[in-house]
Design a protein around this ligand. Structure first.
Ligand code: FHN
Length: 446
């Protein structure tokens, strides 16, 4: 090749590679309903995910200067009014030598969870990965010095779990995260950090924003951030806290123009179904970040019923664990997750990838879901009050085989127009699980 030609090719290559012109952003805010549905299918099918609130707030674990600080653990800096110089030393102490990514992912997987959403940065501003635009991170600031998000991303890939990031827009530590310097913080810190997370850890399922209620943040900035994130990972799903649409803890949007792909009820479950996708996030005790003294655990029974209730209303359940500063998921959480996993091994058919019925419940103690092919209706029973149950909202197909999940005996049944469908229940001693029992009926909704 001639020298002059080689020089021209090299010049073009260098010019295109190092061009200062930013690539024009694609607008993802107006995709079609089909495009959105296709992008979100895996998430709708998944139904159950693990939320992980983990950061240097697990060091004080709810106690400051010997005093128990009320409220949620990850807010201790704010609640106890700890100045930055007194809070930073928790980062110097943070040394989670017991952290084992393989074990964490396995706990989620055995619980029947399909995705993990972990705090990359919470409101206290401490980054849980090796950020290039900050020294206030687990690698540069803490004795542990390892990138836990890297370890988790590799393990999630190995074990077939989708990794997702929680990221706080608000930041109590960064000097520019205030009204005067907000634009600088946003462009030179928030976005570069997100770019690191979205380019260094493989495919991320969901970007779960939070801290959007501060006055500096606007819906326009939210829409810009939505596009920024999707331009880096076009298939990613983004919650509605990217913008200003959410109405408090109820979590759903004020109007249909708000940015974000799903609503985020917090510590509550919608009272009915919604045409807009939603995910209910919830703690197992009363805190997101670890607190030594919070032992107010919900029972496995409550958690399993919550899952059934949420799924019958078309939502997802994002259930939180708050690991300790040593890197361990509290045993009480592990026990409950194990029970949920055992229940899902038997009854997962009534949870994963199911469709909604027109009427998701009958009375207070029956919830319904439908198999993906629409052939079966699952009645999720919160109680078995007698030897038989009668339900009015399902008409069985002729000759339908009706069974309880986990048992391979056919249940006797009778249907008539006036009384409905009466099904004989198995003997209590033979019930395959606890708390919620699934009866699978080939039939249609009335
Ligand atoms: O302030 C946070 C809180 O610490 C926690 O992260 C929850 C999880 O949804 N969200 C915020 C409050 O809405």
């Amino acid at each position: 090749m001639k020298k002059s030609l080689l020089i021209s090719i090299l010049t073009v290559l260098i010019a295109t590679t190092f061009s200062c012109k930013p690539k024009p952003q694609k607008d993802y805010l107006h995709e079609t309903q089909e495009q959105t549905a296709e992008r979100m299918q895996w998430w709708h099918d998944a139904r159950f995910g693990m939320f992980i609130h983990w950061g240097i707030y697990s060091v004080p674990a709810g106690v400051y200067k010997g005093e128990d600080i009320p409220g949620i653990g990850e807010w201790i800096m704010n609640t106890a009014k700890i100045p930055i110089e007194e809070y930073e030393p928790y980062g110097r102490e943070f040394n989670p030598v017991g952290f084992n990514a393989a074990q964490w992912v396995k706990i989620a997987k055995d619980a029947g969870m399909k995705y993990i959403v972990i705090t990359s940065k919470h409101h206290d501003g401490f980054s849980m990965w090796d950020s290039k635009v900050s020294k206030y991170d687990i690698v540069d600031f803490s004795p542990y010095s390892k990138d836990v998000l890297k370890a988790l991303s590799e393990e999630c890939r190995k074990q077939g779990i989708t990794l997702c990031f929680y990221h706080s827009i608000m930041d109590w530590h960064h000097p520019d995260a205030n009204a005067g310097n907000w634009a600088k913080y946003r462009e030179e810190y928030l976005k570069p950090q997100l770019k690191e997370l979205l380019t260094g850890y493989g495919k991320i399922g969901v970007l779960w924003f939070d801290g959007e209620w501060i006055k500096e943040w606007t819906e326009d900035q939210g829409k810009d951030l939505y596009n920024f994130v999707r331009n880096l990972q076009p298939d990613i799903i983004i919650n509605n806290r990217v913008g200003k649409g959410r109405q408090g803890m109820q979590g759903m949007n004020k109007d249909s123009t708000a940015a974000g792909d799903f609503g985020t009820p917090e510590q509550e479950i919608l009272s009915t179904t919604s045409p807009f996708p939603w995910e209910s996030c919830m703690t197992m005790n009363d805190t997101w970040g670890y607190k030594t003294k919070d032992t107010n655990w919900k029972s496995a029974e409550v958690l399993i019923r919550n899952l059934a209730d949420i799924v019958s209303k078309g939502g997802n359940f994002l259930l939180n664990v708050g690991p300790t500063s040593e890197g361990r998921i509290p045993e009480a959480s592990v026990e409950r997750l194990k029970e949920m996993g055992d229940w899902l091994k038997i009854n997962g058919d009534a949870i994963y990838a199911v469709k909604q019925l027109k009427n998701y419940k009958e009375g207070d103690s029956i919830r319904y879901t439908m198999s993906p092919d629409g052939k079966y209706i699952n009645a999720l029973l919160f109680a078995i009050p007698g030897k038989q149950i009668t339900i009015k909202q399902v008409k069985p197909a002729e000759g339908s085989v009706i069974r309880m999940s986990g048992l391979d005996t056919d249940l006797k049944w009778n249907w008539d127009e006036a009384t409905g469908l009466t099904i004989e229940m198995p003997d209590t001693a033979t019930l395959p699980c606890k708390y919620v029992w699934v009866v699978k009926i080939e039939g249609t909704e009335i």
